[in-house]
Design a protein around this ligand. Structure first.
Ligand SMILES: Cc1ncc(COP(=O)(O)O)c(C=O)c1O
Length: 396
C-alpha cells in the first residue's frame, strides 16, 4: 500500500486540503477499485456516495463517450438535448419540479439559498430572509453553504459567516418550532444527516418541519445531495415520510461520478428566479447530463431503488451481528457505525490494508455507502473483513 515517489512529488504541488491514504487508484469496475500496484479493493466509499451504479458501468461509459465525441460544452447560452431531457426526467420523478443544474452539491445549495432569499423578499418583503438549518448538518464548503453548515469548527477559520442563519438541533421538532417566525424564508434540512455520520431523525420529524413551514409560510428546502437518487431505498429520502419539499438539492449519485448537481423547485417557487438572477458556465453540460440520464435509466431498469433497501437491510443486520460495541444506524445504503471512542480513522486504515474501503465520516463514525449495485456476496465479503478489523482495533 504505497504510491510511487513521482506521485508524492507531484502531489506536493497541490494545496494540502485533503488527508489522503497513500494509495493511487488507477481503475474501477462495478464495486471494485484497483491501485497502481495491482491490488483490488472492495469499494464501500463509492467516491463518497457518488458511484451509484458502480464504476465503469457500460451504460454510463457509452453515454459519456458518445456525448464527448459529439459535443462537450456550449455554456448555458444555448439549448442542448441531454440537459433538456434530464430536466424532463427529474421533473417526472418529482411530480413537476423545475431544475437548475450545477457542478456540485454546494452549488445546488447556493442556488437554493438564493432562491429562498429572493422568494422571501418577493412574497413578504425584505425582512423574510432568515434560514433555519441544523447543528452538525453539512451543506458544502462554499461560503453560503458553509454558513448553513452547523459545524462551528468548519466555519471559524473563515469568519465572518454570511448573516441570517439560525441553527437548531437536528431531529427536534419542538426546537424547530421555537425558532420559527415571520422572518423565516426557509428551513434547510438533510432528511438524514450524511457527513454527521448517517444520523436518522425520529419518525415524523420531516412532517413536523413541513407543517411548520406551511404555518409560517416558509420554504422547506431538503438537501438530498447525499440521500437522493435511490441511496436510502427511495428515489428521494423524503418519500419515506410522504412529505413534499418546496426545493430540493441533488448531486453526488446523480452523475455516477461526473460532476453534476441540481437545485429543483416547485414551479411557483422556481419562478422567483428569472433571467440574470443566477447562472453557471459549466452547469448542466451535455456530457454530465448524458451521464446522469444513463444513471437514472440504469437505476430504473436494474431496480436499484428496491435493491438499495434490500441490500441495506442485509448490510445493517450483518453489521449488528458483529462484535464491535458501536451503534449501527442509517437507511438503505447510507449506513454509519457510531463508536464511543474516536476509532473510525483507525478502522478505515485497517480495512484498507485488507482490501476494503470504508470512510470515517467523523472521528467516531465509520460510514458505509457502497454502490447501489452491491451484491449479497460482496456485502458478506465486506462483513468478513470488518469482523477481522473490529477484532484488531479492539485489541489495539
Ligand atoms: C448533504 C450534503 N450537502 C452538500 C454537500 C456538498 O457537496 P459537494 O461536495 O459536491 O459540494 C454534501 C457533501 O458531502 C452533502 O453531503
Amino acid at each position: 500500500m504505497t504510491v510511487g515517489d513521482s506521485i508524492i512529488e507531484e502531489s506536493s504541488h497541490m494545496m494540502a486540503t485533503y488527508r489522503r491514504w497513500p494509495v493511487e487508484m488507477v481503475a474501477g469496475s462495478g464495486c471494485r477499485l484497483t491501485d497502481s500496484a495491482g491490488r483490488s479493493y472492495l469499494d464501500f466509499v463509492a467516491g463518497i456516495a457518488v458511484a451509484s451504479v458502480g464504476h465503469a458501468h457500460p451504460r454510463v461509459t457509452a453515454a459519456v463517450t458518445e456525448q464527448a465525441a459529439r459535443l462537450v460544452h456550449v455554456s448555458n447560452l444555448y439549448v442542448t438535448r441531454p440537459q433538456a431531457e434530464l430536466a424532463a426526467r427529474l421533473g417526472a420523478l418529482t411530480h413537476g419540479m423545475l431544475s437548475f443544474f450545477t457542478n456540485s452539491g454546494a452549488e445546488a445549495v447556493e442556488c437554493a439559498l438564493k432562491l429562498a432569499r429572493k422568494w422571501g423578499k418577493d412574497t413578504a418583503g425584505p425582512h423574510k430572509s432568515r434560514i433555519i438549518a441544523t447543528n452538525e448538518g453539512f451543506h458544502g464548503r462554499t461560503l453560503g453553504a458553509l454558513a448553513a453548515t452547523g459545524q462551528p469548527a468548519k466555519q471559524r477559520p473563515f469568519a465572518p459567516m454570511l448573516a441570517g442563519f439560525t441553527h437548531v438541533d437536528f431531529g427536534d421538532g419542538r426546537a424547530l418550532a421555537e425558532v420559527m417566525g415571520d422572518d423565516v424564508a426557509a428551513v434547510l434540512l438533510e432528511p438524514i444527516q450524511g457527513e454527521a455520520g448517517a444520523v436518522v431523525p425520529p419518525e415524523g420529524y420531516l412532517r413536523a418541519a413541513r407543517s411548520l413551514c406551511d404555518d409560517w409560510k416558509a420554504l422547506l428546502v431538503l438537501d438530498e445531495v447525499q440521500t437522493g437518487i435511490a441511496r436510502t431505498g427511495a428515489w428521494f429520502a423524503h418519500q419515506h415520510e410522504g412529505v413534499r419539499p418546496d426545493v430540493m438539492c441533488l448531486a453526488k449519485g446523480l452523475g455516477g461520478g461526473l460532476p453534476i448537481g441540481a437545485c429543483l423547485a416547485d414551479p411557483g417557487v422556481a419562478a422567483t428566479l428569472t433571467a440574470g438572477d443566477h447562472g453557471s458556465t459549466f452547469g448542466g453540460g451535455p456530457v454530465q447530463c448524458a451521464a446522469a440520464l444513463a444513471v437514472l435509466e440504469t437505476i430504473s431498469s436494474e431496480g436499484l431503488v428496491e435493491r438499495a433497501a434490500v441490500a441495506g437491510e442485509r448490510l445493517m443486520s450483518g453489521l449488528r451481528a458483529l462484535p464491535h460495541g458501536g451503534r449501527v444506524r442509517g437507511k438503505g445504503l447510507l449506513i454509519g457505525v457510531a463508536f464511543e471512542h474516536p476509532v473510525a480513522h483507525a478502522l478505515a486504515g485497517a480495512a484498507l490494508e485488507r482490501g476494503l474501503l470504508v470512510n470515517d465520516a467523523t472521528p467516531h463514525v465509520m460510514r458505509l455507502v457502497p454502490p447501489l449495485v452491491i451484491s449479497d456476496d460482496e456485502i458478506d465479503e465486506a462483513l468478513g473483513i470488518l469482523e477481522e478489523v473490529f477484532g484488531e482495533i479492539e485489541a489495539a
